[in-house]
Ligand binder design. Structure first.
Ligand code: CU
Length: 297
């Protein structure tokens, strides 16, 4: 009786796990069920793709790599099960003395190579799309600092200013803000334009990452890296520094606001005025354990 109730409990628990897995899998094709621009608790898939590169990455993962991994796992599992049943001592008391099978040896060399080729071709194509920056409409310079980001809008594109972007502290959060993701000054870019990002750092190595855009590029002091994105939907898309850069590593989020062309032009004019007076080209930032950093002239 006791055994029956324990077994029943196990079955119920197993059923609950299955149901949860099924509900998670149901989320896979329903991209719209996911929140825009940031991950939600319990989310197991990628953030919604907003750029062609992110869409290509998701396709590569969901429809090329994942099916191959699942197929290989199932195949190996089936082989193991077959060996366990067919060749155990009871069913196969006199083992064969075979030590060499040429066909099998060729197969287990050639098949993995073919699988790798199937993965490599779309993978190289995706890498090329990521690394070759198309003709850009806008160029932005991003500098990672301890522990915030500085964005530089070049003058020849209506900018000519730079600003710092800090995390909003928990005590200052307003309704609609996201804890540890919202910032005081968001990066603003227009929709449907190719944005070329020049990424560097002023102190230690950081990494500029926005999952919805499919971009992640190291920000290295003394080196200028580049990446690009073309956002196809308006909204705010969040990212974070993804290199372990110091004690406040977790407090330097990235918030990119994608707006219409008109709104962008209006914002540019406003920002040029707002940040013109705060521009401090001669200042030097020193790392300070009590961040934010101190500007010394
Ligand atoms: Cu960092």
């Amino acid at each position: 009786m006791r055994f029956a109730s324990t077994a029943l409990r196990h079955i119920q628990r197993f059923r609950a796990v299955l149901l949860r897995a099924a509900s998670c899998l149901a989320l896979l094709p329903a991209g719209s069920a996911l929140a825009d621009g940031f991950a939600t608790p319990g989310q197991i898939t990628f953030e919604e793709a907003v750029t062609p590169i992110a869409e290509e990455m998701h396709f590569f993962h969901n429809w090329i790599v994942l099916p191959i991994i699942v197929a290989i796992c199932l195949f190996v599992l089936a082989l193991l099960a077959y060996v366990l049943i067919r060749f155990n001592e009871k069913n196969n008391p006199v083992p064969a003395q075979t030590t060499h099978n040429s066909i099998l040896e060729v197969a287990w060399t050639v098949l993995p190579v073919m699988i790798l080729v199937v993965i490599a071709i779309p993978s190289f194509r995706l890498l090329t799309h990521q690394l070759v920056v198309p003709p850009a409409d806008i160029t932005l310079k991003v500098t990672g600092k301890q522990w915030y980001w500085t964005y530089d809008y070049p003058k020849d594109q209506g900018g000519g200013f730079e600003f710092d972007s800090y995390l909003i502290q928990d005590a200052d959060l307003k309704p609609g803000d996201l804890r540890q993701l919202s910032v005081d000054n968001e990066v603003v870019v227009p929709i449907g334009k190719t944005v070329h990002m020049l990424v560097t750092a002023a102190d230690v190595i950081h990494s500029f990452t926005v999952p919805s855009f499919g971009i992640r590029i190291d920000a290295v002091p003394g080196r200028m890296n580049e990446t690009w994105f073309k956002a196809e939907r308006e909204g705010i898309y969040y990212g974070q520094c993804s290199k372990l850069c110091g004690e406040n590593h977790a407090y330097m989020p990235i918030a990119v606001r994608v707006v219409s062309e008109e709104k962008y032009t209006a914002w540019l004019a406003q920002a040029a005025k707002k940040f013109a007076s705060t521009k401090t080209p001669d200042s030097v930032h020193f790392a300070d354990n009590n961040a934010p950093s101190v500007a010394v002239r």
